[in-house]
Write a protein that binds this ligand. Structure first.
Ligand code: HEC
Length: 126
């Protein structure tokens, strides 16, 4: 089952967090994000979508609506018409299933410190 495999690898990724990096270290934030998300996402402007959409310019853009990527009905039902803000991204990374129960991405991150790093890097992509 494809969706179980996705869930398994993401949960594994979420569990191996890096201890004690400086909170304000963008390079470390990038490294963490690349490690956890680049299996499916690209980050540079104009880069091709992967299994998930390119995340350049995420904050401030409409959710589930980027050009050239086919989103699932599950994420569209839950998020279309919304805009990616830091708050929405924090909820998404805490528990994607709580935000969009039928989305094709499954990720949980209980540690606010880790979510803050992911957000710090994604926010810098503009
Ligand atoms: C196993 C593949 C996979 C991994 C790893 C993954 N994602 Fe995703 N992501 C997806 C898919 C697929 C979608 C589209 C979901 C849909 O269509 O239901 C998505 C969608 C998203 C969206 C919505 C984008 C938009 O334009 O609305 C965000 C934000 C996102 N992912 C962030 C992340 C972050 C941050 C990480 C790392 C912590 C991550 N993803 C890890 C597969 C993945």
């Amino acid at each position: 089952m494809k969706s179980n495999l996705i869930a398994g690898s993401l949960v594994a990724a979420a569990l191996c967090t890096t201890p004690a990096l400086a909170a304000d270290d963008l390079a470390a934030a990038k490294e963490l994000t690349v490690r956890q998300c680049s299996q499916c996402h690209t980050f540079e402007k104009g880069e091709k979508h992967g299994q998930g959409p390119n995340l350049f310019g995420l904050i401030g853009r409409p959710a589930a609506a980027v050009d050239g990527f086919v989103f699932s009905d599950g994420i569209k039902e839950a998020l279309q018409g919304k805009t990616w803000t830091v708050e929405l991204l924090d909820q998404w990374l805490t528990d994607t299933l709580a935000v969009a129960p039928k989305a094709q991405m499954v990720y949980f991150q209980d540690e606010a410190r880790v979510r803050a790093k992911l957000i710090r890097y994604l926010e810098s992509l503009k």
